[in-house]
Design a protein around this ligand. Structure first.
Ligand SMILES: NC(=O)c1ccc[n+]([C@@H]2O[C@H](COP(=O)([O-])OP(=O)(O)OC[C@H]3O[C@@H](n4cnc5c(N)ncnc54)[C@H](O)[C@@H]3O)[C@@H](O)[C@H]2O)c1
Length: 309
């Protein structure tokens, strides 16, 4: 099994024992009832994005067990404890555990991958491609081996290429491998339209296709506000010669992430909504084995070098 430079072996451990001897594994004191259905979500990568997803999953009571895995043992044990400390105030306490040993993810209903490197200021998502592919391939292989019936949800960037990688490496059917794709871009599109038109975001319907990030394509012809096509009101909306300059929004969608990264170093909050709506909620709340509705279309070019995986 190959591992990226800097990836230490404990995470890649293949020991079959779920009762890990990892000294950093922290377990919750909260036990779920034997009678309630056991629903386990594992998140690999306890960084800004992974933790935003974790908090939202707990708050929505979407699982009975949440396992956090990160190569940074000190950080992940602190994050686990921090979450456990909040369980006293939780409506439905969740068993929170984890550590650096990936075998703790065994028998997960859903595995979310938010590990790896993120963009630095001035970097594109594509710049992360080779670094994250080398790092994630062995993680995905292990997740698939330990939870052969799980749904894999990819968040790490470049997310569309990493989703393809996950499908290829796991050997899972495509219906069980999903990425957040352009859902974030679509949400940014809707937000920008709602501000421009001064309408609630829930009434502004719009989609972005293509690849998440710089190669995304807003579909202006599909924009619908309060049930009316935007182009019925503004026939040239989104075109280069649009007198109302709606097309400025196209650039803003792409620039949003770079602006946020320059200001706060990362983006994280949307992934929560996107991930849960896409996959975790239908799988866990409705007990539906497939991925949920509302899935957008994203495409990407996969480098030939991916044949090595
Ligand atoms: N899909 C989207 O819409 C979207 C949006 C924002 C961020 N992202 C991506 O999500 C990823 C995570 O972003 P972040 O801001 O949380 O980064 P972060 O640096 O805060 O967290 C990444 C975590 O991964 C851990 N990690 C690194 N190697 C690991 C390994 N081998 N095994 C387990 N854990 C490992 C690190 O220790 C760190 O805690 C990035 O690739 C980022 O580009 C995607």
């Amino acid at each position: 099994m190959s591992a990226a430079a800097g990836v230490t072996t404990p995470l890649m451990s293949t020991t079959a024992d779920t009762k890990s001897t990892d000294p950093f594994v922290a377990h919750s004191h909260v036990q779920s009832s034997k009678h309630e259905q056991h629903r386990k979500v594992s998140i690999v990568g306890a960084g800004a994005v992974g933790m935003a997803i974790a908090v939202s999953i707990i708050n929505q009571n979407l699982c009975s067990e949440l396992t956090l895995i990160d190569i940074d043992t000190k950080k992940v044990s602190a994050e686990i404890l921090d979450l456990q400390h909040g369980m006293g105030a939780a409506k439905m306490p969740v068993v929170v555990n984890g550590g650096s040993d990936i075998t703790l993810t065994r028998h997960s209903n859903v595995c979310i991958v938010a590990a790896g490197v993120r963009q630095r200021v001035g970097e594109s998502r594509r710049d992360l491609l080779n670094r994250n592919a080398e790092l994630l391939a062995p993680i995905i292989r292990e997740l698939a081996r330990l939870s052969p019936k799980t749904i894999l949800l990819m968040v790490s960037n470049p997310v569309d290429v990493m989703t393809y990688l996950a499908w290829k490496v796991s050997g899972f059917p495509a219906s069980r491998v999903v990425g957040s794709g352009t859902t974030l871009d679509s949400s940014r599109f809707r937000n920008l339209l709602s501000k421009r038109l001064n309408v609630p975001v829930t009434s502004a319907h719009a989609y972005v296709i293509g690849e998440h990030g710089d190669m995304s394509v807003p579909v202006w012809s599909s924009v619908n506000v309060f049930g009316t096509q935007l182009r019925y009101l503004y026939p040239k909306a989104g075109t280069p010669n649009d007198p109302d300059r709606f097309n400025e929004i196209s650039g803003q969608i792409v620039r949003s992430a770079a602006d946020l990264i320059a200001a706060k170093g990362y983006t994280s909050w949307y992934e929560v909504t996107s991930c849960l709506a896409l996959c975790v909620t239908p799988r866990l709340r409705l007990n539906d084995d497939s991925c949920g509705g509302g899935v957008g279309v994203s495409v990407c070019v996969v480098p030939r070098s991916f044949e090595r995986f």
